[in-house]
Each structure stands twice: as structure tokens, then as C-alpha cells.
Design a protein around this ligand. Structure first.
Ligand code: UD1
Length: 426
């Protein structure tokens, strides 16, 4: 396969209007959740990203009929499902495949799913997903060597489940498993992220009874059958934040449309603290956020936390922004270990960053300089895009397949704002 990268001619002030796509993290849960319905579901506002394409192919491998009907609309009909074994390479290459476990278990009483290496016992465990499904009466077996998880149950029965860590994935997965269980399930210490609420709303549209999503406790009354529905996915909180940060990092003036401003409060607060103007508005059709920045950012401290705290997925982009801050900023990553792979690449652009445990100290310099750098994951990729846009000179961001997983037409969207980003290949 040919290698592709983004060449960014940096230092251009971003100006204009950009429209945010549907939320990746909601889409990757809602697409598998659609198999819960014994009928057709039509999903709208899906982002054109690789993760959505991969899930389409994975569902098709299971025999599910999945078709794009109109641009960003997808029709999913699981009546033709042939197997509950999702073991292909496409499945194991995508972490969000774990949602197939909850959805298939709920609807068919069995599921076998290949997971990315190291996930069951590694740095991103799924013990809380498994704990929840076991509490509902499922037998869950992990083949650690092959990274396959198998779950089955004659019937699932509602239970009270307290999560030991606040986990987006476990909250959604157990919610999926519980919505067709007999009786009532109460999930405590759950994640409150916007996409948790979006999945709950989708389940309710299918006839499920899920209450309390967005608070610490979710109560689910199981229903024997769910039906098809149409559903429009919320705008992407992380894409919104990435554009807000990119606008500030280039001392730009950008109106970001199709957003939900309340989802952005932590990000808006931090950008304002750093000296940006963040204006929320409603143009009669869409909510928007306008970010205006005229100066180098002031140094700030950022700590990642579960929602409504500052999202870990924007820790990497905001670090790129703070590289040019006026003073010393600190970043405390409390959600994931080792989420500092972008630091080495930012240093190649001249950044002065030291890391100790979960803390990064960023000593601001007047500006980054262009370099050849490598994305190590999706949000690291977003961070390097922000860095390249703000830097003097030309930056080549490699390994952009990570960025394609989660950002729709990022080059075109940035170029419409005055950036010079070219997708190159060799
Ligand atoms: C989701 C998001 C990801 C985001 C993350 C945190 C999707 C598809 N991905 O990932 O973009 O960065 O939330 O907002 O929505 N943990 C356990 N045991 C478990 C599950 C998680 O210990 O069973 C730990 C993790 O190691 C991590 C923390 O809980 O330290 C949060 O992880 P979690 O919220 O589950 O992240 P994901 O759902 O994988």
C-alpha cells in the first residue's frame, strides 16, 4: 500500500466557518447497537471516517445488511445475521469492536469477539465490561492468548452493578447488554460523556427504557423486543474541540457550526483562561462557537477528567497549542497511562516538554518549527496537525491512517479555513 502523509505549510491564520460532523464515539457504539432491533434502523449524521467504514464491513461479515442510503445516512437491518462470531482482522484492529459483545449477547444470547492485543489484561483493560455482563448472568470467557472474548447466557437478568472505574466503554457496553434483560438493571458510577447519553437516546428510540444517562446512575428496564427507528447522531465533541484549539493555536478567528456548546464547557473555559475569546451563539439553524485569538496563549494548567471535566482526547491537541504559550503550562493526564507519545514528536518541532509520571510540563517557546513527525494514535495525530498548523515552515505528518480513523475530511475542512494542508502519497 502507498504511504500517505499530510504536508502542512504552517503559520496560516485560520479564518472562516467549519461544520462539525457526527460524533465518532457515538457512531461506533450506535452502529453495533442497531443489531438489537429486529427491524431496520436508519442512522443519520454519520461521519465519513475509517472507523465507521470498518464497522460497516464487520457487520456485513456477520451477515447484517448495511447500506449507505444518502450521504451520511446508513440503513442497518440485522434480520439476515448469520453468525455471532466476530473474529476477523477488521474486528481485532478496532477497539470499539467490544460493543459487539454487549449488543450480540443481549439480542442473541451469545457473542464471540476478537479484541485488540493486550486489551483484556493490558493498559486498557475491559474488566469492568466483563464484570457487568457477568452480573447480568452471562458466562464470559477470555482467551488471553488469542485475545478473544466469548459471552453467553440462557437469559440475562437485571442486576445492580457498581463500576470500580468510570469507563465510557463499560457503561455503554453493559447498557447494551442490559436493555433486553429480564427486569431492572441499575448501573452506578457510570460515565456521563455526551456519547453515553446519545447511545441511551438511541436505545430509547428503539423501544428500550433507559433512564438517567448523563448522571451517575443509569436505570434500565429490560424489554423483550426492540424495534427499528431513525436516529441522528450528535455532533462530535472532540472534533469541535480540535477545531477550537486549532483556531486558537493559529491566532485565528473561526466559527464552528453544528456543535452543542454545553459539551464544550471545559474546553471553552481553558481556552478563555489562555486568552482566547470564545463566543457561543445560535444562528437560528445551528448552535455555533466562535473562537478568536490575537496573541500568544497565556500558560495554563490542564487536568484530564471524566466528563464534564477536560476530555483526555483533547489533552494531546491542547498540549500542541501550549507549546507556544507565554510561560510554563502543566498537563496532568489522569485517565490513561502513557498518553504522551506525541511529546517526542512535538520536541522534534522544538517544543520544550518534560514528562514525569502523569504530568507534562510545557515551557512555552515563541513558536514551533516544521518537522517530519509521526502520529502514534488518533488524537496524537490531531495534536500534530495542530502543531503543524501553528508552526513556522513545513511539517509532514506521517501515519495519517490514525487520523483518518476519526476525522472527516480534515484536510478539506482546514483548507477551507485558509490552511495549506496537502495529502501526499508515495
Ligand atoms: C472511550 C473513548 C476514548 C476516550 C475514553 C475516555 C470510545 C470509542 N472511545 O474509550 O476516545 O479517550 O473513552 O474518555 O468511546 N478501564 C478499566 N477497566 C475497564 C474499562 C476501562 O480499568 O473495563 C480504565 C481504562 O484503562 C482507563 C479508564 O478506565 O484508564 C477510562 O477508560 P474508558 O472510559 O473505558 O475508555 P474507552 O471506553 O476505551
Amino acid at each position: 500500500m502507498q504511504k500517505q502523509w499530510y504536508e502542512i505549510k504552517g503559520g496560516k491564520r485560520l479564518e472562516g466557518t467549519v461544520t462539525i460532523s457526527g460524533a465518532k464515539n457515538a457512531a461506533v457504539a450506535i452502529i453495533p447497537a442497531a443489531v438489537l432491533a429486529g427491524e431496520t434502523c436508519i442512522l443519520e449524521n454519520l461521519p465519513h471516517i475509517q472507523d465507521v467504514q470498518s464497522l460497516k464491513e464487520i457487520l456485513e461479515e456477520l451477515g447484517v445488511s448495511v447500506e449507505y442510503t444518502d450521504g451520511d445516512c446508513m440503513q442497518i437491518d440485522s434480520r439476515t445475521l448469520r453468525t455471532t462470531k466476530a473474529l476477523s482482522e477488521a474486528v481485532s484492529s478496532m477497539r470499539a469492536s467490544y460493543y459487539l459483545l454487549g449488543a450480540l449477547l443481549a439480542r442473541y444470547g451469545e457473542a464471540e469477539v476478537a479484541l485488540p492485543g493486550g486489551c483484556v489484561i493490558g493498559a486498557r483493560p475491559i474488566d469492568q465490561h466483563i464484570k457487568g455482563m457477568r452480573a447480568l448472568g452471562a458466562t464470559v470467557e477470555c482467551d488471553v492468548e488469542q485475545n478473544i472474548v466469548r459471552a453467553y447466557a440462557d437469559k440475562l437478568v437485571g442486576a445492580e452493578i457498581y463500576f470500580d472505574v468510570v469507563s465510557v466503554g463499560a457503561t455503554i457496553n453493559v447498557m447494551l447488554a442490559a436493555c433486553m434483560a429480564e427486569g431492572v438493571t441499575v448501573l452506578s458510577n457510570v460515565a456521563k460523556e455526551p456519547h453515553v447519553v446519545d447511545v441511551a437516546n438511541f436505545l430509547n428510540m428503539m423501544g428500550a427504557t433507559v433512564k438517567g444517562a448523563g448522571t451517575d446512575v443509569i436505570r434500565i428496564t429490560g424489554r423483550p423486543k426492540l424495534h427499528g427507528c431513525g436516529y441522528a447522531i450528535i455532533p462530535d465533541q472532540i472534533e469541535t474541540g480540535t477545531f477550537m484549539i486549532a483556531a486558537a493555536a493559529t491566532m485565528g478567528d473561526v466559527v464552528i457550526k453544528n456543535v452543542i456548546p454545553t459539551h464544550m464547557e471545559a474546553v471553552s473555559a481553558k481556552l478563555m483562561e489562555s486568552g482566547a475569546r470564545v463566543i457561543e451563539g445560535d444562528d437560528g439553524r445551528d448552535f455555533y462557537i466562535r473562537v478568536v485569538m490575537n496573541d500568544r496563549p497565556r500558560a495554563i494548567n490542564v487536568k484530564t477528567l471524566p466528563y464534564p471535566g477536560f476530555p483526555t482526547d483533547l489533552q494531546q491537541p491542547i498540549m500542541a497549542y501550549l507549546c507556544a504559550s507565554n510561560g510554563i503550562s502543566t498537563i496532568n493526564e489522569t485517565i490513561f497511562e502513557n498518553r504522551f507519545n506525541h511529546v517526542r514528536e512535538l520536541r522534534r518541532m522544538g517544543a520544550s516538554i518534560s514528562v514525569k509520571d502523569s504530568y507534562a510540563k510545557v515551557k512555552g517557546i515563541p513558536s514551533l518549527r516544521g518537522a517530519d513527525i509521526n502520529a502514534s494514535d488518533l488524537r496524537a495525530g490531531a495534536s500534530l496537525m495542530v502543531a503543524g498548523l501553528a508552526a513556522r515552515g513545513t511539517t509532514n505528518v506521517h501515519n495519517i491512517e490514525f487520523i483518518d480513523r476519526g476525522y472527516e475530511y480534515i484536510d478539506a475542512k482546514l483548507n477551507a479555513l485558509g490552511a495549506e494542508v496537502t495529502r501526499k502519497e508515495k
